[in-house]
Structures are given as structure tokens and as C-alpha cells.
Design a protein around this ligand. Structure first.
Ligand SMILES: *Cc1c(COP(=O)(O)O)cnc(C)c1O
Length: 399
């Protein structure tokens, strides 16, 4: 089976990630795509050069290894085309530049990934684009914020620190008729569990660095567009000179093969862990949309088909020395940014500095966890011991 097999009925995501982007007959029967390194492509005749009659013309504009990733992600997202970027941030900034020009207005959810905010408040501002932030739970209420020059809405569902789920169909019901582009950061659920284009978004971006890679060994980004925005994204992408190397694409193509398996395993473990944490006396709240008491659980149930591996919890208030006592001596949970890899990570986060139009209501310490592939009992023992260090340092009495 190859990726041009369009007559057949839609395949399951597990089949897509396993089979797409491979064509063994073109590579002497070897299963995987070759890593094609190159800038120059040689043409055999003037006619071929002039008529763009080669499938590839120059290294920056694509190569067979990159195609393996593009065709798989396009199929998973139900998009028209996918463009590859050297990081998730680069995918986001390229998508924003593609749909905005001087004089335009952009609406961005208040829970957006912090570097996205920085780009809007610096580069877009310099370009003469205004950015206004909105409450991620706004839904159809976004209508009240729309001005004649509003040209795009950036959604991130759920937010990657506090996990508010956005109502993309409601936002699309307002923005669609006004031809306002909806750009969705879909890194958390991956296209296996959430398909923003099907729900009315126009462009989907991913930090391929996270779940697509799965191995914490690469920086990568993807932009998938619907047919309406394909040309605009392509023009901006090319004008900016964005491209990725084939070695990086190869690692992502390999990561994608096990995406379904990892999402399933890590998502289920994360949910089990979230339920276990809810019962711990030191834990005030667990922020995972798959939990029934999550404030937007109904939207999650309607629009998502599975849980992500990343979530947060809020501990009973205590000073920073208690947080340090907990995280400094973890045995399995490593402390670090990023997520989506096979290994569990722990990250203390301060929220108040990252919001401008909504108020974060909690004063307990927020801890974000990426649940990896380790044994869950081992992870729970590690957390239990960490909680006990926190409790002792803060002198919290549990009844
Ligand atoms: C990490 C992340 C990004 C940025 O990806 P990089 O590859 O680090 O540039 C964007 N969005 C979300 C939700 C992320 O977690």
C-alpha cells in the first residue's frame, strides 16, 4: 500500500502511521524511506529544467525523506498539505505570518504556549499586527471580540500547562462565515485523538518535538493546512526559507510509526496516574481533561477520542523550599522542559506571569507531569516519596 491509495475507505490511524510514507519498491525493497541528503538536483535536459519536470527541484523545496513525514501527517490531520519546520515555534510563527499582514488583528487564547505569546507581542507588533488575548473558555462569546480587521484566531486546546479545553466548533461557527483563519496548536492530543481541521480550524500546527518524535532526541514542527490556506502558507514558508534536513525528517518518520502505540500507552498511564493523584491528600486538583470533574470535560468527551500523556496537578500551598525538596530528589521523574518522550518528566510551573486577561485562581503549587513508559507503580512510589518530602518541609499535617 502506498500513500497515493485514495480509492479505498479511510484507514485507521494505526494503519496510517504504520504504512504511509513508505514505498519499498522505489528503494530496492527496503522497508523504510532513504535519508536523501542534498541541495542540488541534477536535470537531464534544458526542457526538464525549464518545465519543472522533476519531482524535486532543489533541496529546500522538498525531498523524499521529508515527503514520508508530510504525507503521513496530512493524512492523519485530514489536511490538504503539510509543511515541515525546524521547531514547533517555527511552525507556529510561519503559520501566523502566512495569514496576517500589517493592519490586521489577531486573537490568541490566554493559555497559549509562552513563546507564541512572545512572538505576537514582539515580531507581529513590529509588523503592525495587533494581538489581543481571550479567555480560552470563550466559545461563541468570541463574536464580541471580533473587529472588521480581525483575521486570525490562535487556539491551543488544551493549554499545555493548565489544560483548559477550547470549543473549536463554537469558535468556527463565528469565524468561518467571516473568513477568519483558525490556527490550532494540536501538540497535546496529536491527530490521533483530536482533529481540529474536521472541527472547523483551517491550519494545524504541531511541536513534532513532542509526541511525533517520542524520543526526546529532536526539534521539529509541522504545519498542516486545509485547501483554502494552502497557497498562502506555501508562499510564506518559501519566502521565509523555512526547511528541515532529511536526517531530522527520518527521525520523525520513525517516531510516527509508534505514535499510536505510545499515545495509547502513555495516555492510559497518565489517566490512571491522574485518578490516583486525585485521591492523594496533598493534591488539591488534578488538571486533566479526561477526568469527569474537569471543567470542560463535556467538550473533551465530544471532540477528543483519547487522553494525552501530559497533565498538571496543584498541591496544597507551601513555600518554594517544599517544591525544591520534592523535585530535587526524584528518582525516576526527571526535571526538564519539553514532554512527549518515553521518559517521565516533572516541572514546577508559575502561572500568574503567563496570563494577561484571565486570573489564575489557585495559589497552590502547580506541577506538570509527562507520563512516560515506565512501570506505573514505580512512578507512583517516586511521587509518593516526593510528596512526603514536600509535606515534611512545609510541615503540613494531614488528617
Ligand atoms: C513545545 C511546544 C511548542 C514548541 O515546540 P518546539 O519544538 O519546542 O519549538 C509549541 N506548542 C506546544 C503546546 C508545546 O508544548
Amino acid at each position: 500500500m502506498n500513500s497515493d491509495d485514495t480509492n479505498s475507505k479511510p484507514r485507521s490511524p494505526a494503519t496510517i502511521v504504520t504504512h504511509y510514507g513508505r514505498d519499498p519498491e522505489k528503494q530496492y525493497g527496503f522497508v523504510n524511506p532513504p535519508i536523501v541528503r542534498g541541495s542540488t538536483v541534477i536535470f537531464q535536459s534544458y526542457d526538464q529544467l525549464k518545465g519543472h519536470k522533476r519531482p524535486y527541484g532543489y533541496g529546500r523545496h522538498g525531498n523524499p525523506t521529508n515527503d514520508a513525514v508530510q504525507s503521513t501527517v496530512t493524512e492523519l490531520e485530514n489536511g490538504a498539505q503539510t509543511f515541515l519546520a525546524p521547531s514547533g515555534v517555527s511552525a507556529i510563527t510561519t503559520a501566523l505570518m502566512a495569514v496576517l499582514k500589517t493592519g490586521d488583528d489577531l486573537l490568541v487564547c490566554d493559555t497559549v504556549y509562552e513563546p507564541t505569546r512572545q512572538f505576537c507581542d514582539s515580531i507581529l507588533e513590529k509588523m503592525g499586527v495587533t494581538t489581543r488575548y481571550y479567555d480560552p473558555t470563550i466559545g461563541v462569546g468570541i463574536e464580541k471580540l471580533i473587529q472588521p480587521n480581525t483575521k486570525a484566531v490562535m487556539v491551543e486546546s488544551p493549554g499545555s500547562l493548565t489544560f483548559e479545553v477550547q470549543d473549536i466548533p463554537a469558535i468556527a461557527s463565528v469565524c468561518g462565515p467571516k473568513e477568519i483563519a483558525i490556527i490550532a496548536d494540536n501538540s497535546w492530543a496529536s491527530p490521533l485523538y483530536y482533529k481540529p481541521l474536521d472541527l472547523g480550524a483551517n491550519i494545524v500546527v504541531h511541536a513534532g518535538t513532542k509526541m511525533f518524535s517520542g524520543h526526546s532526541d529532536i526539534m521539529f514542527g509541522t504545519i498542516t493546512t486545509d485547501a483554502t490556506y494552502e497557497k498562502r502558507v506555501q508562499n510564506t514558508y518559501r519566502a521565509l526559507g523555512v526547511c528541515v534536513g532529511p536526517d531530522d525528517s527520518y527521525l520523525i518518520a520513525r517516531g510516527l510509526r509508534s505514535l499510536e502505540l505510545r499515545m495509547r500507552e502513555q495516555g492510559q498511564k497518565a489517566l490512571e496516574m491522574a485518578k490516583w493523584l486525585e485521591k492523594h491528600p496533598l493534591v488539591e486538583t488534578v488538571l486533566h481533561p479526561a477526568l469527569p470533574q474537569h471543567p470542560q470535560h463535556d467538550i473533551y468527551q465530544r471532540d477528543f477520542t483519547g487522553p494525552g500523556a501530559l497533565f498538571s496537578l496543584i498541591l496544597k500551598p507551601a513555600g518554594e523550599e517544599a517544591v525544591a525538596a520534592m523535585v530535587d530528589d526524584m528518582e525516576l521523574f526527571a526535571m526538564g522542559y519539553s514532554w512527549g518522550g518515553f521518559e517521565s518528566l516533572i516541572l514546577p510551573v508559575k502561572i500568574s506571569s503567563q496570563r494577561s486577561v484571565t486570573q489564575w485562581p489557585h495559589d497552590g503549587n502547580l506541577i506538570r507531569l509527562n507520563i512516560g513508559l515506565e512501570g506505573i507503580e514505580d512512578l507512583q512510589a517516586d511521587l509518593s516519596a516526593g510528596f512526603e518530602r514536600y509535606r515534611q518541609m512545609a510541615n503540613i499535617k494531614l488528617d
